[in-house]
Design a protein around this ligand. Structure first.
Ligand SMILES: O=C(O)[C@H](O)[C@@H](O)[C@H](O)[C@H](O)COP(=O)(O)O
Length: 244
């Protein structure tokens, strides 16, 4: 388990830009070392902002995006193309302009391609298991004001699922109610975990996450990278962190 490193930025745009720069550099290093990287994306405003920033990053065209595998930490259980799905929002932010190989873009099945959220979670778990890599190279996660990551919500029973890669989530405290999420175990099987957070309403969630609060307060605090755990935050969301 790696101790969290906190990097404070002036504003939300710099959080997205620095996440993008970090991702491009990391992918270049991994590809130079002969690895075919696996990256997990996130929904929310920063999940889309980082994609827009990647397209603006000068070195992004040096990455061979056709050999980057893309996943999502969670998905809203809605049909393909639904405007409220994380992947649809990421596509709209420019994901489809990166030059990815569609065969390596691992979308979570919606009700149009699975019998239930449970079935979708099983399909997704099988895809993760079958992907060859036993760890994600980069896991990008947004954090909700309530401390949730992916679709694992503090106090919700689904977050405590063990011995599974992915889980169906019902009665989510945030709409839509039905979702599919990677579990804590799977999220933490990542070399690098990067939390991207901005806004004054996230100050408590950042503090709880960085200080390692329990699962009833913070889902983010339960996720750690194997090599690094980095919080890319803006000044407002860092306001409650102890200094010095
Ligand atoms: O599925 C969802 O309801 C959202 O995607 C959610 O999990 C989001 O990622 C976080 O709340 C962070 O959102 P921001 O990046 O907008 O802060």
């Amino acid at each position: 388990m790696t101790a969290p490193l906190v990097v404070v930025h002036p504003d939300k745009q710099s959080v997205a830009d620095s996440g993008a720069a970090r991702l491009v550099t990391t992918l270049l290093d991994l590809q130079a070392a002969g690895r075919e990287p696996h990256v997990s994306l996130t929904g929310g405003s920063l999940g889309s902002a980082i994609i827009a920033s990647i397209l603006e990053a000068p070195a992004h065209s040096a990455v061979d995006w056709s050999r980057v595998s893309v996943w999502w930490g969670d998905e809203r259980y809605l049909p393909a193309g639904d405007a409220d799905r994380n992947d649809t929002q990421n596509d709209a932010a420019g994901l489809d302009r990166l030059g990815l190989d569609a065969a390596r873009v691992h979308r979570v099945a919606g009700p149009d391609a699975s019998d239930s959220a449970e079935d979708s979670a099983q399909q997704y778990a099988a895809a993760v298991r079958g992907s060859g890599g036993d760890a994600f190279d980069v896991m990008i996660l947004g954090v909700g004001p309530d401390g949730h990551v992916a679709s694992l919500f503090p106090g919700h029973p689904a977050q405590l699922t063990t011995d599974a890669i992915a889980v169906a989530v019902h009665d989510s405290p945030k709409p839509p109610p039905d979702r599919v999420s990677l579990t804590f175990e799977c999220l933490s099987r990542s070399d690098r975990v990067w939390f991207l957070v901005a806004g004054a309403d996230k100050a408590q969630a950042v503090r709880d996450g960085v200080e390692g609060a329990g699962p009833e307060r913070s889902s983010a605090a339960q996720v750690h990278g194997l090599r690094e755990t980095v919080w890319l935050v803006d000044a407002e969301s860092a306001a409650d962190l102890a200094t010095g």
